[in-house]
Each structure stands twice: as C-alpha cells, then as structure tokens.
Write a protein that binds this ligand. Structure first.
Ligand code: 3HC
Length: 694
C-alpha cells in the first residue's frame, strides 16, 4: 500500500492519515492510498473509520497538475462513492481548507467534524470547471438549494461555524483534528450509529432553473463555469442520484475541454509563479517594517493604508501640517471602509490611526525608515531633487523607492550617491485596493533591494511582478499601445461606446473609454502633452479628447466625459460623437463599419504585439509576468488567462497574420514583434518560454 495514506488502528477504529504536502491534493497516489486503506479497515474488523490529514490542511482539492492528462483509476468520483459505500461509519475530521475534491471526499464520508479555523468550499468554478466528484449532487442534499447555488457558483470559502449551521458539518470543536475525529467515532459507536450515506438524503425541490441559469450567466460576464454548475445542481434536484452523478460528469468533461479552463488554470499557477524569480533564490530581503511615504494624495494615502493594513508602521510626509492632516483624513476614510467590511476591528483601526501612523512635514522624519516610497508629482526635476535630499537623510541601507508610472528610474537613481538602493515600486490606484505591484528594477539596483520590493509586496498581499525600466514599464507601456489601437478605430469609424461595449462583451470589466472617464481625462491629456515633443509624425493621435478636456469635461469627476453620468448610470455623450465627426472630416477620413469581433481582435492584437515586445526586450522576464500585470492591473478577464495565454490559445500564427494584415494600412503602428515572428517561425508558444525561464 502507498505510504502516502497511513493506516493506524486505535481500538475499534481505523484512522487513515493522508500526508501529501503542501496541501494534501488528491493526486493518484493519495486516491489509491485511500481506497486501499478503506478496504483494509473493513478486512481488519474495524468498527469505524476516521479520515484525517497530516500537515497544514485537509485535502485542498484534486491535484490540479493532473488536469488535461488522461485520468488514471481510481478517479476521484470513485473514491467518494467507495467511501460512501463503506459498511463502517466513516468520519472525516477536517482542518485548514477542505476545498473542491477535498470537500467532496468529506461529503462522501458519513459524518464531518472540524476544528474552528477550518474553511470549506467548492472553488472549482474559479478553475473553469465544476465540482466533478459528486459535489453538485451531495451538497444540495446536505445544505439545501440556495446555499449550494451560492457556494458552488461563487466558489467562496465557507467558515466552519457557517458550514455547521448549513448542515455541511456535524460538529465543530477545539482540539486536534485526529482526536476530534476519534471522539466523534467513539460517540457514534456508543450510540450504535451506522453509516449515513449523503446520497440517501432527499434532494431539494426543483425551481425555475432556466431563470437561475440566465441570472448566473449574466453575473459571470462571459464566464461559463458558474452557469454550467447550475445545470449540474438542477440534475441533483430532478434526477435519481446516479443519473445526477452522470450528468455532473458530462458537464465537468465539457468544461474541462474549454479554453476558459485552460486560461483560469494558467492564471492559478502564474499567480503563484510570478514572485518566484531565479535571480532571487538565496537572496535575503532587507528590513521593511517601517515605511516612509512622501506625498499624501490619493496614491500616497492608498500606499500608506495598504502598509498599515499589513501591520507596518508608516511615517507620512506632506508639505505642511494642513496637507498632512488632509492625508490623514484620506487614510482614515480608507481604513473606515475596511472597518465597515469587517476586515479590521475597531481596536485595530485606532491602533493604525493613532500609533502605527505618524505624520510629518519634512523628509527629515524618515531617518529611521526601512523603505521610503515617494508618491509626489510626476515630474522628473521634482523627483530628482527629492531623491538627492533623501540621499542625505535616509539611513544607510534604506530602500529608496519611486512610485513613478512612466519616468526613468535610472535617471532618478543617478540623483543619489547610492543607486543600488533605488527601485521603482509602481502601485495602482487605489493602492489599498488594487492587487498589482510592479517592482521596477533599474540598472544598478542591488538584488537584496529587489528582494525587499518582493517581500514588501507579499506583506501587502499584492501580486508582485518584476519589470525593467522603459516608458510605462510593463503595464502602462502595453496600455498606451492598445489604447492607441482603440483611438485609431475611433478615427476610422467606430465609436468609443461601441468599442467599450465590444470589449466588455469580451469580458473586460470596463472598456478603455469608460476607464479613461473613471481615471480622469486629464491624465491622458497630460500624457499626450508630455509625449508631443518627441512624437513621431507618423503616429496617429486624435485631438477630439483634448477638446473635451479644454471644455472642462474630465470624465466621472465632472459628470461628463465619453459618457454622461447620473450617479452610477452612464449614457453615451453625444457631444463626443460630434467632435469625432468633425475631426474625421478635418483629416479627410471616410468612416467605415466595424464589427464587434473586429474591434476585439484588433485591440487584442495590439496588446499581444506590444506584450511580445515587452518580453522580447527583457522588460518582463516571462510571458506570465505580462499576463499577471494585465489581469491584476488592467481588468483583463481572468478566464482568458492573460493576453499571451490568450494568444497561445488562438494560435500565434493567426495573431501574427492579423498584425501583418493591419500593417498593410499602417505599417508604422503595426510592426510585428520580433519575438512573435520567431515563435511562429519555430512553432513555439509563450507557454514554452514560461517553462524555460521558471
Ligand atoms: N493541486 C495541485 N497543487 C496545488 C493545489 C491543488 N489543488 N492547491 C494548491 N497547490 C499548490 C500551489 O500551486 C502551491 O504550489 P507551489 O508552492 O509550488 O507554488 C502550493 O500548493 C501551496 O499553495 P498556495 O501557495 O496557494 O498556499 P496558500 O496557503 O496560500 O493557499 C489554498 C492554500 C487555499 C489551498 C490554495 O492553494 C488554493 O486555493 N488551492 C486550490 C484549491 C482548489 O481550487 N481546489 C479545487 C481543485 S479542483 C477539484 O478539486 C476538482 C474536483 O471537483 C474533481
């Protein structure tokens, strides 16, 4: 028998302990171990069985690395069925996270006990699939329809106390899981209780599942798995148990074949891979307990909030006492949001505001800071002066970070006598909400300073991505190109509103013009002015948006931009269309029709092409780094995996042909990325590069 599942006999009770670090995933060896040990318990004359796991958690699910490979017996559904069919009462003793196949095994058992910190859930929809080992059939029988639809379609983790009240768990008690399971099994034996198969419980009454399916599909913004899971739950209510299982399996297999499944699983692993850099192996980060933040505007206050929420001490520097107080008000507002959502206690709020946060009116207050992050006005002269000053006052070894979005971090570093300590930490606004952090590594940045950037990102619970120095780093550099592609389509005949609608249909949370309204049209305006002096005359840059800004229409904050805002509702601003028409006339452009799919493929081609250049130039180390930047900073739909995963799934030759076709009319803008050409010529993929570098 495989020793991955240990067999112990404690009196009348057989205890099966799975030990497959780190998360006891139910890979093939574990499945074999479980069914073999169950048979042994019966043959051995045991009167009850306790299932438990060693290490930090109960089974956190099927082994995701086995997906896409041919299934090997025994399958997980069989493990659950055989557990349920065991003639001895089987108790699952849970701790940590009982997720996916993990919860399904527990529901195959006859009784479930857990320690208080346990969370249970069926998060398969986040991987583009649905629970495929009876979860959609057994959970409704235990927890009813509403709770099952909620748990299965959102994939949320359910705390033990709630799981107890829903009937998913039978007992929650302090203690060691194995002892808890044994005590429960002994109670059962004392009461003479036998097996209690979940399949024998009555299913919930059916409801209008078509309406439910439509509702869930709409909420998923194009994601298929939650709505498909509704059909499996429907089967639980309408079909005999075995037929329901078969229906679940058929739907599971269908989803397994989709690109959405491939995209979401890519995202799952890339999210974990992104902060693992070979160059940082064995490098120890410097201290990052005391954070200095210079500038208390939206960005600075957001960074300070994120650091406070992570339990760090923050000294915030502003120009004057008044400005510092205003910044404190912003931070207080942010933290009140966290308090309201139950993320922090009132005591923690008071501690953060009164003890962990210090206000100051000059950089001299930062002599003890471990990491100093400037978030002042985006102007090279201002930043250089500030860094020269920091060079004089920061303690030796302190990390000096700039939050610039575009400026040359090498030039900023040269303003100090310690360029090895200088780094870019590019947060995204609002910094206490947005999950992305770009760590911008300049030519002379020391490895332990890079490691400190990653350590800080981890402390702040950010998806932290390494980027090299260039205009816009990874994200904003790619954004400027696909945004330009959208602008070109507007000049040539599409409306901003049609473009937004087409991209929202692709799965973006918001189209680029709605995003511009949200960020403030003055940002793009300032950027266009900044780039104007060095702009190549062949670049096509529309000016109609400047006219909106000149008229004081800056987007959501003024109530009018590409759209007119009434509270949260938006309607297209007709003035924009008039301005666009005037500009087309001035440029002698005859507008043409664009289909939604042409808009999507053109926008994505621009994104992929620039992303390939960013990887080819070494600004991003791996394609997956770009994917994570676009996912976590720019609203790219997770179920497409990221632009380069999406390109792989489309076929790189197809994407390159599209770019070449577009180059026939604008060869300046549509210059194919050499890396893309190389991959197509060699029959390679971006995923090959991920594997080569990771
Ligand atoms: N299969 C394979 N590897 C897994 C895994 C799984 N189900 N879950 C986690 N891992 C790996 C991670 O990739 C990571 O590997 P690495 O160290 O090489 O990067 C390692 O385990 C630790 O994971 P985390 O870094 O995520 O650790 P955390 O403590 O932060 O989180 C967790 C633990 C909450 C369990 C989180 O890993 C998680 O959410 N895992 C996925 C859970 C899930 O989706 N389960 C359903 C699987 S699908 C299924 O069961 C199908 C069935 O219905 C048939």
């Amino acid at each position: 028998m495989s020793d991955i599942v240990r067999y112990d006999r404690i009196g009348d009770i057989a205890v099966l302990t799975a030990d497959n670090p780190p998360v006891n995933a139910l890979g093939h060896a574990v499945r074999v171990g479980l069914v073999t040990a169950l048979d042994r318990a019966v043959a051995d004359g045991a009167r009850a069985v306790v299932l438990t796991c060693a290490g930090r958690t109960w089974h956190a699910g099927a082994d995701i690395r086995e997906f896409g490979k041919p299934p090997v017996d025994p399958w997980l559904p069989e493990v659950c069925n055989r557990t349920e069919a065991c003639p001895l009462p089987v108790v699952a003793a849970l701790h940590g996270t009982a997720l996916g196949g993990g919860l399904e095994v527990a529901m195959g058992a006859h009784y479930r006990v857990a320690v208080p910190g346990t969370r249970v859930g069926l998060p398969e929809v986040h991987l583009g699939i649905l629970p495929g080992a009876g979860g959609t059939q057994r959970l409704p029988r235990l927890a009813g329809l509403d709770a099952s639809v909620d748990i299965i379609t959102t994939g949320r983790h359910v705390p033990a106390a709630e799981a107890l009240s829903l009937g998913i768990l039978d007992r929650v008690a302090e203690g060691e899981p194995r002892a808890l399971g044994l005590a429960f099994a002994q109670d059962l034996l004392a009461q003479g209780a036998g097996p209690r198969p979940t399949r024998d419980l009555p299913p919930p009454e059916p409801v209008d599942f078509d309406a439910l399916y439509d509702r869930v599909l709409k909420k998923g913004r194009g994601q298929l798995s939650p709505a498909t899971a509704v059909r499996a739950i429907q089967a639980a209510c309408e079909l005999p148990f075995e037929d329901g299982l078969a229906r679940e399996r058929a739907l599971f297999n269908e989803l397994m074949e989709t690109d959405q499944r491939k995209g979401l699983i890519h995202a799952f692993f890339a999210e974990r891979q992104v902060s693992k850099l070979p160059e940082l192996e064995g490098v120890t980060a410097r201290d990052c307990e005391h954070i200095g933040v210079i500038g208390g505007g939206t960005m600075g206050a957001g960074i300070a909030t994120a650091a406070l929420l992570a339990g760090l001490n923050v000294t915030l520097v502003e120009m004057s006492k008044d400005a510092a107080e205003t910044a404190k008000g912003r931070i207080g507002g942010n933290l009140k949001g966290a308090l309201k959502r139950g993320k922090i206690t009132p005591e923690a709020f008071d501690h953060m505001m009164e003890t962990a946060l210090t206000l100051a009116t000059g950089p001299e207050a930062l002599t003890d800071a471990d990491v100093i992050i400037e978030a002042v006005f985006e102007d090279m002269a201002v930043k250089k002066e500030l860094f020269a000053r920091l060079d004089q006052i920061a303690r030796p070894g302190a990390v000096l970070a700039t939050n610039t979005s575009y400026l040359d971090v090498n030039e900023i570093a040269r303003a100090t006598s310690r360029p090895e300590d200088v780094i870019g930490l590019h947060f995204f606004s609002p910094a206490h909400v947005m999950k992305l952090l770009e760590v911008v590594v300049a030519d002379r940045t020391a490895p332990d300073v890079v490691a400190t950037g990653f350590a800080l990102g981890k402390a702040l619970k950010k998806i932290t991505v390494r980027a090299g120095v260039c205009d816009g780093f990874i994200g904003n550099r790619i954004l400027s190109v696909y945004r330009a592609a959208a602008d070109h389509m507007v000049l040539d005949g599409a409306s901003p509103h049609q473009i937004d609608a087409a991209l929202e249909a692709f799965g973006f949370a918001m189209g680029p013009f709605a995003v511009a309204d949200l960020a403030g049209l003055d940002i793009g305006w300032a950027n266009r002015k900044r780039l104007a002096p060095t702009r190549d005359p062949r670049e096509r840059v529309p000016t109609y948006a400047d006219k909106l800004c000149e008229a004081g229409h800056l987007g959501q904050k003024t109530g009018r931009g590409y759209y007119i805002y009434d509270g949260r509702n938006r309607t297209p601003n007709p003035d924009v269309l008039a301005l666009i028409e005037a500009e087309r006339e001035e440029r002698g452009i005859t507008p043409r029709e664009f289909s939604d799919s042409e808009i999507q493929s053109t926008y994505l081609a621009a994104m992929v092409n620039e992303a390939a250049k960013v990887v080819g130039d070494g600004i991003a180390r791996r394609p997956l780094d770009v994917d994570m930047v676009l996912l976590f900073g720019y609203g790219f739909p997770r179920y497409h995996g990221g632009p380069l995963k999406w390109a792989d799934m489309q076929g790189l030759d197809k994407v390159l042909s599209k770019i070449r076709k577009l180059a026939e009319t604008d060869s300046f803008f549509w210059q194919p990325a050499p890396l893309l050409e190389k991959l197509v010529a060699e029959g390679g993929s971006f995923d090959d590069l991920n594997r080569a570098v990771s």
